[in-house]
Design a protein around this ligand. Sequence first.
Ligand SMILES: [Zn+2]
Ligand SMILES: [Zn+2]
Length: 80
Amino acid sequence: MTCKGICVRHKAQKPVGSGRYASGQKRCQICEIFIKWDGLWCPCCGYRLRTKPRNLKYKAKLRARTKKIMEPLTAPVITA
Ligand SMILES: [Zn+2]
Ligand SMILES: [Zn+2]
C-alpha cells in the first residue's frame, strides 16, 4: 500500500464555511491527502478512507467506558 500519485488528481480544496468531512471529502492516511471521492477506498493506494474527523475527547471517553470489554478501536465503522 503506497501512494502512486493518483490521489493528487482528486485532491480536494479546503472548503469555506464548513468542515472537510462535512462537505464530503475523505482523508487518506497513506497518501496524507484529502480527496473528493465517492468510494470508501483510496483510488490511489487502495487503503480505507477516513470519512469522519477524529474526536479525541469522545474516543477517550469511549475507551474509559469500554476498558473491561477491550473493544478493538481500529474496527471500521460504516454509517453511510
Ligand atoms: Zn496517493
Ligand atoms: Zn491513498
